[in-house]
Ligand binder design. Structure first.
Ligand SMILES: Cc1cc2nc3c(=O)[nH]c(=O)nc-3n(C[C@H](O)[C@H](O)[C@H](O)COP(=O)(O)O)c2cc1C
Length: 186
């Protein structure tokens, strides 16, 4: 007998908080795209640098195309993962700006009710933990749902975060936590 059942796919939109082409965090995000568990598809949201700073005057009937694309990509995803370094003790402005666009209209933004996780790495002992805590808090206020086990802050001081299997497993645990999260009813 043929099994016609289709395994559901969890689509995770990935917001990268660094714009550098050589960004370590972007490379981590790319690695996770390649290593995503079966049934999970990660899509890095490109074009964040083109999204203008949030301004309520721009958030009209027609919004700037890069902001509209960001909203559409996240709206079509099942969950959101931020992969980000830390700038001056918090998340980089590019990530904060993306969350702001995704938070509106209030209560109906593209991030509303989406499971949210964050991971990242910095060359300090703390691995960007303040940025990650702030990203979860901000996304939560924006309407997302922080998942249990949804934060991993990894120091890059004494380990090659792109090659160390234990580190990669820690990163993947956030992806798994997002994929395991039950959808939140509207
Ligand atoms: C403007 C700026 C502020 C930074 N502030 C912090 C910080 O507060 N904490 C930290 O761990 N690293 C900080 N760093 C170092 C970054 O973590 C480091 O440059 C990291 O490699 C950037 O990530 P990327 O490789 O993904 O671009 C800062 C870097 C810049 C450019």
């Amino acid at each position: 007998m043929t099994d016609n059942s289709v395994t559901p796919v969890t689509r995770i939109a990935v917001l990268v908080g660094s714009l550098r082409p050589d960004s370590l965090n972007r490379r981590v995000a790319e690695l996770l795209v390649d290593r995503a568990p079966e049934g999970v598809v990660l899509q890095i949201v490109d074009g964040l640098a083109e999204v203008p700073f949030y301004d309520e005057r721009l958030d009209a009937e027609t919004v700037p195309a890069p902001a509209a694309r960001l909203r559409q990509t996240v709206a079509a995803a099942d969950a959101v993962l931020a992969v980000t370094p830390e700038y001056n003790g918090t998340m980089p402005a590019v990530l904060n700006n993306a969350i702001d666009w995704l938070s509106r209209p209030y209560g109906q933004g593209a991030i509303t009710r989406k499971p949210f996780g964050v991971l990242g790495t910095t060359p300090t002992p703390y691995g960007g933990k303040w940025a990650h805590e702030d990203a979860v808090r901000s996304a939560g206020i924006a309407g997302a749902v922080a998942v249990d086990g949804g934060i991993v802050s990894q120091s890059a001081l004494e380990v090659d975060v792109l090659a160390d299997d234990e580190v990669i497993d820690r990163f993947l645990s956030v992806v798994q936590a997002l994929a395991a999260h039950q959808p939140v009813a509207a």
